[in-house]
Write a protein that binds this ligand. Structure first.
Ligand SMILES: *Cc1c(COP(=O)(O)O)cnc(C)c1O
Length: 411
């Protein structure tokens, strides 16, 4: 970063400090990952100088012959990676990707069915503070209060009664598999479009480590920067019969020019994900999450659904007190572990003071850690939860974590 250093020491200082933070913390935010140096280079490249409204070989600007080839590569690789009929790699991120899907199939005021934010859904699945809940009419489904699992009979019942135009499946804080086939069947029964939003689990789905929504689902949206380990960005895939609707909704419906630097980053990340090593990486993410879950439960920590099938787990802190999520998250950061406070299903507290903590294993797995390290990490987390005001304890754990990070360097 010698040019940044010369041109702007102030920004450079913060960038350098952030690099050190990423190296020296156990990053357990399940929506984050560390990209390869190749993806980093592509995203910081001259491709960002180019405007290319339109689609490959059909642009509104001259000078796109190289960008066309790069976008074409990204599209072809996405289709191959997921077994999709059509791919649009232009969405700037996950939320604009979902906004484009709404724009393609719903009119303002139309009804759709989405997972309640408090039960593990995303803002764009109908939260009242988001465009999806403001412009469209959300009807929500939740998880069962006892099992904390999705109840497909109940979802079908709501769908039959409400007749939504679209049904969204997908998660941000649900630690179990989703039966996308059941969602598609329900959508077909009530004549709705089915959008599967696989933002969190895309890498695991691409690797076939957990069941995904291909090839039967109408529309699939995702971010590219979570388990898929690509650059910040979005991606929409669909059946061929919806291809025109989706492309028109992304451009000119939602966006202007695509971010070509990130398109190149996506193409590289998809190529990385097509390699056998990525399949091994993805299954290690899940094995690590299970090992972490076991370690925590052995220490007496309660997990939502008592475990995990994917890359994330949700700790229910209510046995220690209602609304403790943020305090515990801050304590864990002091000890060297970065996670995030999150609501648990049927939380008695508010989203600003939630009673849960969400953790994931993608970054630690990227750094090469395995089950043995997860067992130790689980013990540290449990120790902090049980005594989160103990500064001496946090100081000692922070030293131990610093030593562990040294053993698993990245960048
Ligand atoms: C992260 C996420 C998004 C939004 O992605 P951004 O890139 O943050 O806009 C959408 N849907 C789900 C399910 C997500 O997990």
């Amino acid at each position: 970063m010698r040019h940044v250093k010369e041109a702007d020491p102030e920004v450079h200082g913060h960038m350098q400090a952030e690099l050190e933070r990423q190296k020296n913390v156990l990053n357990m935010i399940p929506s984050e990952n560390y990209v390869s140096p190749a993806v980093l280079e592509a995203c910081g490249s001259v491709l960002m100088n180019k405007y290319s409204e339109g689609y490959p070989f059909k642009r509104y600007y001259q000078g796109n012959r190289h960008v066309d080839e790069i976008e074409k590569l990204a599209i072809d690789r996405a289709k191959k990676l997921f077994g999709a009929e059509h791919a649009n790699v232009q969405p700037l991120s996950g939320s604009p990707a979902n906004a484009a899907v709404f724009l393609a199939f719903l009119k303002p005021g139309d009804k759709f069915l989405g997972l309640d934010l408090a039960c593990g859904g995303h803002l764009t699945h109908g939260s009242s503070v988001n465009f999806s809940g403001k412009i469209y009419q959300q009807v929500s489904y939740g998880v069962d209060k006892e099992t904390e699992l999705l109840d497909y009979d109940k979802i079908r019942e709501i769908a039959l009664q409400e007749k939504p135009k679209m049904i969204i499946s997908g998660l941000t804080a649900y630690p179990r598999q989703i039966d996308f086939r059941k969602f598609q069947d329900i959508a077909e029964e009530v004549g709705a479009i089915h959008l599967a939003d696989i933002s969190h689990i895309a890498g695991l789905v691409a690797s076939g480590v957990i069941p995904g929504p291909f090839p039967f689902t109408d529309i699939v949206s995702t971010t590219t920067h979570k388990t898929l380990r690509g650059p910040r960005g979005g991606l929409i895939m669909c059946k061929e019969k919806y291809a025109k609707d989706i492309d028109k909704a992304v451009f000119p419906g939602m966006q202007g020019g695509p971010h070509n630097n990130n398109t190149a980053g996506k193409a590289i990340a998809f190529q990385e994900a097509l390699k056998p090593e990525f399949k091994e990486y993805s299954s290690q993410i899940v094995r690590n999450a299970k090992a972490l879950a076991d370690s925590l439960m052995k220490e007496g920590i309660k997990l939502v659904t008592n475990g995990t099938d994917n890359h994330l787990l949700l700790i229910d802190l209510r046995p220690f007190g209602i609304g403790l999520g943020r305090e515990v998250a801050v304590a864990l950061e002091e000890a060297g572990i970065c996670g995030n406070a999150n609501s648990v299903p049927y939380d008695e507290s508010t989203p600003f003071k939630p009673s849960g903590l969400r953790l994931g294993t993608p970054v630690l797995t990227t750094r090469g850690m395995k089950e043995k390290e997860m067992e130790q990490v689980g013990k540290w987390i449990a120790d902090v939860i049980k005594d989160y005001k103990n500064d001496e304890l946090k100081r000692i754990i922070n030293l131990e974590i610093g030593a562990l990070c040294q053993l698993y360097p990245f960048y």
